[in-house]
Write a protein that binds this ligand. Structure first.
Ligand SMILES: [Zn+2]
Length: 79
């Protein structure tokens, strides 16, 4: 499955007796490792989405323009 172990970087040799799904050096099970990795990636995505929502809210507050413009201020700008 993997030529190089994603956990310990051990390069698999033909002489390695361990099953192809298991790292002969650190015993890492590649399919389980993949599952964990996928789960982490998903929660990262979830966190990114949350952060994006917060950013949208912050932007809305920062870029908020009061609906009524001071007529004096508007006249001052026009001059
Ligand atoms: Zn390994």
């Amino acid at each position: 499955m993997y030529q190089t172990c994603p956990g310990c970087r051990h390069r698999r040799a033909d002489a390695d007796a361990a099953p192809t799904d298991v790292c002969p050096r650190c015993g890492l099970v590649y399919s389980k490792w993949l599952q964990n990795r996928y789960r982490v990636a998903e929660s990262d995505l979830e966190r990114a989405r949350e952060a994006d929502g917060i950013m949208q809210r912050v932007k809305a507050i920062v870029l908020y323009v009061p609906p009524k413009t001071d007529p004096l201020l508007l006249a001052g700008r026009a001059i």
